[in-house]
Design a binder for this molecule. Structure first.
Ligand code: IPD
Length: 276
């Protein structure tokens, strides 16, 4: 039998699949691209249309719930996580990939109650893979249960994302962090252009650790539930507990590996989502 938020979870799955269909179709079409916080922070009409679709349907079905969503935040809405049931939505994660037709693009819908993440739904639009996690009930990809693969950092495949800033100081820190990770003996570092799908790769055992500075709560909310339910750890780069609004994260199969990754990193300060 379903838990108390089963109806919400089902709604998230249906909307992610519908949004995915729209994104898949739009991927090969011409796009009008605008920029947000930097010249490489992109948005298209499809991001906005898909977010409007998801939010309007959810608002109609769950009028008392609250919403945090990427394009609403870009338009000035505050990102505040209260105890109320809250949907945390990224209509297209991997917008830069989407613009370039690089087929690594996802819809991400997370849901929190009492500031605790209850479920996450991430849809890989081009590969048609639906990742889900519900607190206490496991993580799945197209119905198959996900389980972390445990390994040492010295044998790990590590994923990261660049983040939106390109000023020389940030780039220097970003590259130096990558060098520090490679010096641990990790087998490799990959950048695929989507934080949420990178985290889903960890949960499916296709990669072993993830770190990033400069991502947002909507990149993290759904994926965090999926990682935890697959047996993994999501934490702050300080080594402390995850802070959804802190724009930074480390994830791995074990606390030991996550801690080693965190210790290798120098902080890149991107501020907080709830202080913009
Ligand atoms: C971004 C992507 C990118 C990561 C950024 C995210 P968006 O999400 O996941 O790879 O580096 O931090 O914000 O803007 O495409 O939804």
């Amino acid at each position: 039998a379903g838990g108390p938020w089963e109806e919400c979870f089902e709604a998230a799955v249906q909307l992610a699949l519908r949004a995915g269909q729209i994104i898949r179709k739009a991927l090969s079409e011409e796009k009008r691209v605008s920029t947000k916080t930097s010249a490489v922070d992109l948005v298209t009409e499809t991001d906005q249309a898909v977010e409007a679709l998801i939010l309007s349907e959810l608002q109609e079905r769950f009028p008392s719930h609250r919403f945090i969503a990427e394009e609403a935040a870009a338009a000035g809405a505050k990102c505040v996580l209260t105890p109320s049931p809250t949907w945390i939505v990224d209509p297209i994660d991997g917008t830069c990939n989407f613009v370039h037709r690089f087929p690594t693009v996802a819809v991400s819908i997370g849901f929190a109650v009492n500031q605790e993440l209850e479920f996450g739904v991430i849809y890989h639009c081009t590969e048609e893979r639906l990742y889900t996690g519900q607190r206490g009930r496991g993580a799945f990809c197209n119905g198959q249960q996900l389980q972390f693969r445990e390994t040492d950092l010295s044998k790990a495949l590590v994923l990261t994302e660049i983040g939106p800033r390109r000023d020389p100081a940030t780039l220097k820190l970003f590259l130096s962090n990558m060098e520090r990770l490679l010096r641990t003996g990790a087998h490799g570092v990959r950048v695929i252009g989507s934080s949420t799908l990178a985290l889903c790769h960890l949960a499916s055992g296709a990669a072993d650790a993830y770190y990033q500075f400069g991502l947002h709560c909507w990149d993290l909310a759904a994926a965090t539930v999926i990682i935890r339910e697959a047996g993994g750890i999501v934490m702050d780069t300080s080594g402390g507990p995850l802070d959804l609004m802190a724009c930074r994260v480390v994830a791995a199969g074990t606390r030991e590996m996550a801690t080693l990754v965190a210790q290798a990193l120098q902080t890149i300060n991107y501020g907080r989502d709830d202080e913009r």
